[in-house]
Design a protein around this ligand. Structure first.
Ligand code: AOF
Ligand code: ZN
Length: 365
């Protein structure tokens, strides 16, 4: 039986926050529950950047009943004027007497000031209830707000022997329907999806979100050093935004033709290959806070080698492809010694239909 205590209300607030995951852009997901006299009197979540913060929605619902209440918030209430006024001032003016916070806001504009301001006003503040869950929920925001770099999740579907196609290049399908549905959910939850031009030339994917209910389409990013992409590629259609990342050297007339199709062309790197680290910085500046990297093997390998991967989600199908020469999920030179190989930590496994999804984080991050 779930006990009625601070954790219970915080869990509810975390569930409200998690529901909006993928729809707040560069903002965090945040939930708030207001409780007075043993009764929930207000609930809210931040739903969209520029619109009300979680506390505002919950306090609006509570109305007069916020006076003397406890507010449970999954992130420290903000203390700054962003696109909306500070939540801590609103909590104070509504007469809330106790605020329970899961974790502090890593935004340098807030970073403890919200909690300080509440305490200054005589409000009892408790910090750290279900803190780990709240930090995990906002892992993309936590990186982006501190470094202005997108959080990159490498996702790949592969065989038990690490192949992403047969020796002829045949790849439909590796994993089952449930896994593919999970991938579309991941697309909804990310600001952008990224692939190499090799994948576009081989599979002509659309890279939109297709689920049984409507979902949000991520911005589609293609890494294409030599602008080999076809102007009729489905990834450039009008279903969603598209960005092609190329080099300084790439053909300007082709870039111009792509721009005429409504595609944004970013030039990153003066050499023959796209400078991936620079690309991440430029995409971050452009307001992309999370990227789902969907391959192929060469781009996966290059991103791993460059240390640009924050998280891996590996969907293993119970199949063995076995052929030498079949494309691998991670194509890169690799080190000579076992002591130098890339290791994952915080590894978890989840069964999805007949497949297994392994989630982990590069150990040196
Ligand atoms: C809260 N409650 O629900 C959210 C917070 O541009 P703005 O006004 O939306 O401010 C965005 C910043 O506010 C964001 O970077 C983060 O520090 C905080 N988000 N704070 O008290 C909320 N979404
Ligand atoms: Zn706020």
């Amino acid at each position: 039986m779930e006990l009625l205590n601070d954790e219970f209300y915080m869990r509810l607030a975390l569930n409200l926050a998690g529901g909006a995951s993928g729809q707040t852009g560069v903002n965090p997901v945040v939930g708030c529950v207001v409780v007075n006299g043993g009764r929930i009197v207000g609930m809210g979540a931040h739903l969209k950047r520029g619109e009300g913060h979680a506390e505002v929605h919950a306090l609006n619902m509570a109305g007069q009943q916020a006076r003397g209440a406890t507010a449970y918030v999954t992130l420290e209430p903000c203390s700054h004027y962003g696109t909306t006024p500070p939540c801590c001032e609103r909590l104070i003016s509504e007469g809330v007497v106790r605020v329970v916070v899961a974790t502090t806001d890593p935004n340098p504009l807030v970073a403890g000031r919200g909690i300080g301001r509440l305490r200054e006003a005589g409000i009892e503040v408790e910090v750290g209830i279900l803190e780990r869950q709240s930090i995990e929920l906002n892992e993309t925001f936590n990186k982006y707000i501190a470094r202005k770099l997108p959080f990159v999740t490498l996702k790949t579907a592969m065989s038990l022997d690490g192949r992403i196609a047969t020796k002829t290049g045949h790849s439909r399908w590796i994993t089952g329907a449930e896994s593919r549905e999970a991938v579309h959910t991941l697309r909804h939850r990310h600001g952008a999806i990224m692939v190499g031009v090799g994948t576009v030339l081989a599979d002509d994917p659309e890279l939109t979100t297709r689920l049984n209910v409507p979902g949000l389409h991520p911005t589609r990013i293609v890494i294409d050093s030599k602008l080999r992409i076809s102007e009729t590629a489905r990834v450039l259609n009008s279903e969603a935004e598209s960005i092609v990342v190329t080099t300084e050297a790439a053909d300007e007339s082709k870039a111009d033709r792509l721009r005429k199709l409504g595609v944004e062309v970013l030039r990153c790197g003066a050499g023959s290959r796209v400078d991936l680290a620079e690309a991440m910085a430029r995409l971050g500046e452009r307001g992309i806070s999370s990227i789902l990297l969907e391959g192929g093997g060469v781009l996966n390998g290059a991103m791993l080698e460059a240390g640009l991967i924050d998280k891996l989600m590996l969907f293993y199908a119970p199949i063995i492809v076995g052929a030498e020469g079949a494309p691998s999920a991670f194509s890169f030179g690799g080190p000579e010694l076992m002591s130098d190989v890339m290791r994952l930590e915080r590894v978890t496994m989840q069964q999805i239909g007949e497949d297994w999804c392994l989630t982990g984080y590069p150990a040196d991050k």
